[in-house]
Design a protein around this ligand. Structure first.
Ligand code: GLN
Ligand code: ZN
Length: 768
């Protein structure tokens, strides 16, 4: 019986990797400097896992940007536009694929990014073409394995499996069934596994092969392909641990267990009930790894329950072929609770980050190997913490429950339908055809960050801080005057993060100082922890927005993060349904919306960037989620008068399967991400005959490249082929906080100029 790990956060307890990456991109350190940071982080993380008693330590979970992109590079899958010479893929080519540019090489359109299963982590979508060739083209994994070996680390290489990689790949150009590529792809896996085995002695006995695709609804052809794939890979001279997570195997359970792999890992946090079936059907030769420690949340584990589960499994199959691990990679939780000096003592005892989770795994393994008495004090401490959390008055507040009970249907609908609201809004807001706006944030300069930081640290007095932020807001308003935008935003200088900002002002949330979790590349988020009932003690944004509005006659958008996004981007309590927590947040936001309206704000945007990613992985569970998510949005927004315009914004969203729910949200305007997909994403709105207004993003803000007037006009023409022009807005595809003014100035000038040309071009059509 051993404890192993599936993956460790790579960004570093103090985001060392982020800073090194950004220095490298800015040309402040060279490639060797960046590589050195990578090596140091890997070595430190391996050592810590070893110290915690982890017997098999994942290697290959490190990445300079994204693990899916690492695999695409390893397989030599580089889209043609990158002009790859077919040799070993170097770091700058890799970064150009990730973000469109690198210190060397031509700027080019980056690969698409999208969410990794139902997490808030983004991967780079592999692009494959008909006749795609595969060739081992990056030796990163082997270098890391050699490194671990040299350091005496008991390692286990980690690969994303062929089924999952191919499932997540997107066909470009001529359409074809990407399963056709499987054979060629498997040839590369053969080669990789062979080379890993050749690395010999100490390690690479086991290889962890991640197949989270096995918890999805898979078409029969894919299930069959999976079987064929693993039949072929069984010839490889390594032991494969088929690793599944983020849900239960369900209809893929028989398949997964019958594949000829030496071991299987199952997620018992998300799907505890699958254990019985797994034990019943586990072939006698197979090692079973039980994912019992939650890799997706930060609560201290119920070790008694986990131990019960383990013991019952030991009773069934013995301890020899049983492992214990986290439910999934620990990539999705912060690194170390020990650095949190500002969380109160009680709350701390309820929590567990990656380091603490390793400790929990160690305790479970010891309890089995040496008996529960050997870890009695650890078990007792975990038990006490859990009881305290369950019974605390900080988690259950009667006044919140009472208010929830008062929600009625009238609170869930706007007074009139969109068609009646539209003319009232158009005349009040004085909007032209193709109105222009932005998504909310403007560049967050080092000075802004410093001001916020100093204010938090107590070295910048509140009054001075307010002055600084107001200066920044005034700057944003002046900039928007210069560009000539039609609807303004205040720029969000006071927010370091769109969820954290609100969480800090709401009851029931707690915050970490270093609880960073990688979102994509060098970007991290610090999710709040929702530990108790939520309420709003006081208005959160009204002062900032009304100040911004006082500087201009143009409509200033109120700017809030929606209830579903706040929920999905937080660590959520696990002692009540998510829907209830979401409704609590919605009620608090509803009060804010009404306060903004009462203060004279004419348009309010409620960002629901995370609505789609909250979709359950299994389609069967979708409607229930969508129903409560839409209800929460409507509860937030429906209190306003008809002439108040409600906007919502969603990034990275593919709407095809959820368009009916998007329409049910009944926002007057929705702004979405479309620029990387050439307006393809709009098709969903066309097919559904989406009735309200749409701003398809025409400026890919995730890339430093500046869109030209012609590019924007061209994209909007594509949009206008699909959506009636009088319902189109022109806007970037997301907030601009990660960009610099040097990029934003020309981009928004071009955007406004493009809108001007479009108005001319389409004037006749609109008139007719
Ligand atoms: N209003 C937010 C911003 O502009 C929206 C960000 C997002 O959707 N991710 O930053
Ligand atoms: Zn966005």
């Amino acid at each position: 019986m051993l404890a192993h790990n599936l993956g460790f956060p790579r960004i570093g307890a103090h985001r060392e990797l982020k800073f090194a990456l950004e220095q490298y991109w800015r040309g402040e350190i060279d490639r060797e400097g960046l590589e050195a940071t990578g090596r140091e982080l890997r070595a430190a993380h391996w050592r810590r896992q070893q110290e915690a008693g982890i017997a098999l330590i994942p290697v290959g979970d490190f990445s300079f940007y994204d693990q899916m992109l690492d695999h695409s590079a390893m397989f030599g899958v580089v889209p043609e536009r990158f002009g790859w010479d077919g040799k070993e893929i170097d770091l700058d080519l890799y970064f150009r694929m990730a973000r469109g540019r690198a210190p060397s090489g031509e700027p080019v359109a980056a690969c698409e990014m999208t969410k990794w299963f139902d997490t808030n982590y983004h991967y780079l979508v592999p692009e494959v073409v008909k006749g795609q060739r595969f060739a081992l083209s990056s030796r990163k994994l082997f270098h890391e394995v050699a490194e671990a070996k040299a350091q005496g680390i008991p390692f286990k290489p980690v690969l994303i499996g062929p089924l999952t990689w191919l499932w997540l790949a997107k066909v470009k150009g001529e359409s074809f069934d990407r399963l056709e590529l499987l054979d060629e792809l498997l040839a590369v896996y053969d080669e990789i596994l062979g080379q890993l085995a050749a690395l010999g002695a100490l390690g690479a006995e086991w290889v962890q092969i991640d197949e989270p695709a096995l918890v999805l609804d898979l078409p029969v052809a894919w299930q069959q392909a999976c079987e064929a794939a693993y039949n072929r890979l069984q010839a490889a001279p390594v032991k494969l641990l088929l690793t599944t997570y983020f849900g239960g195997l369900e209809d893929n359970l028989g398949l997964a267990l019958s594949l000829p792999t030496a071991g299987i890992h199952v997620d018992l946090v998300r799907a505890p009930s699958q254990l019985e079936a797994v034990l019943d059907r586990l072939p006698p030769y197979k090692t079973l790894s039980l994912g019992l420690i939650d890799g997706r949340n930060i609560w201290r584990a119920d070790l008694d329950a986990a131990l019960d589960t383990l013991e019952s499994a030991v009773g069934r199959i013995g301890a020899d072929r049983l492992w214990v691990g986290p439910s999934c990679s620990l990539l999705h939780v912060p690194v170390d609770l020990a650095s949190e000096d500002q969380i109160d003592a009680e709350l701390r005892t309820w929590l567990s980050f990656a380091e603490q989770k390793l400790g929990e795994l160690g305790v479970l393994a010891r309890a089995i190997v040496k008996g529960p008495d050997s870890v009695a004090s650890q078990l007792a401490a975990a038990r006490a913490a859990l009881t305290a959390r369950r019974t605390s008055e900080r988690t259950h507040r009667p006044e919140v429950a009472e208010r929830l009970a008062t929600i009625d249907d009238a609170m869930l609908s706007r007074r009139s339908p969109y068609a009646e609201r539209r003319p009232l809004q158009r005349s009040r807001l004085e909007l032209p055809l193709f109105p222009t706006t932005t998504i909310g944030s403007f560049p967050q300069t080092p000075e802004i960050r410093k001001a916020r930081h100093d204010y938090k640290a107590g070295t910048l007095p509140e009054a001075d801080y307010v002055v600084r932020m107001r200066e920044e807001i005034a700057l944003c308003v002046r900039k928007q005057d210069e560009y000539g935008l039609d609807m303004y935003v205040h720029g969000e200088p006071e927010r370091n993060d769109m969820v954290e900002y609100f969480g800090e002002l709401l009851e029931g949330f707690a915050f970490t100082r270093f609880g960073w979790v990688q979102s994509y590349g060098s970007r991290c988020v610090k999710p709040p922890i929702i530990f108790g009932d939520v309420s709003r003690p006081a208005p959160m944004t009204v002062d900032w927005i009304t100040y911004a509005q006082s500087l201009t006659d143009k409509p200033m958008k109120g700017m809030l993060t929606g209830p579903v996004t706040i929920l999905n981007w937080s660590f959520v309590r696990d002692d009540q349904p998510h829907a209830d927590t979401c409704t609590q947040i919605a009620l608090a936001l509803r009060d804010e919306v009404l306060d903004l309206e009462a203060a004279g704000i004419r348009a309010i945007q409620i960002d629901e960037a995370a609505l789609r990613e909250g979709l359950p992985l299994r389609r069967r569970d979708w409607q229930t989620y969508l129903d409560w998510a839409v209800r929460a949005f409507r509860l937030t927004t429906s209190g306003v008068r008809d002439e108040t315009q409600i906007h919502t914004h969603m990034c990275y969203s593919e709407f095809n399967d959820i368009i009916a729910s998007i329409a049910e949200m009944d926002a007057d305007v929705i702004t979405i991400e479309t620029s990387r997909s050439q307006m393809e994403l709009l098709d969903a709105f066309v097919d559904f005959e989406y009735p309200n207004e749409i701003g398809p993003g025409v400026y890919d803000i995730h890339s430093p490249n500046i869109p030209s007037v012609e590019q924007i006009v061209e994209l909007m023409r594509l949009a206008a082929q699909r959506i009636p022009t009088e319902r189109l807005w022109v806007n970037p595809d997301c907030g601009l906080k990660t960009r610099g003014w040097a990029e934003v100035d020309p981009a928004l000038h071009n955007l406004v100029e493009a809108a001007r040309r479009l108005r001319e071009e389409f004037a006749d059509q609109a008139a007719g």
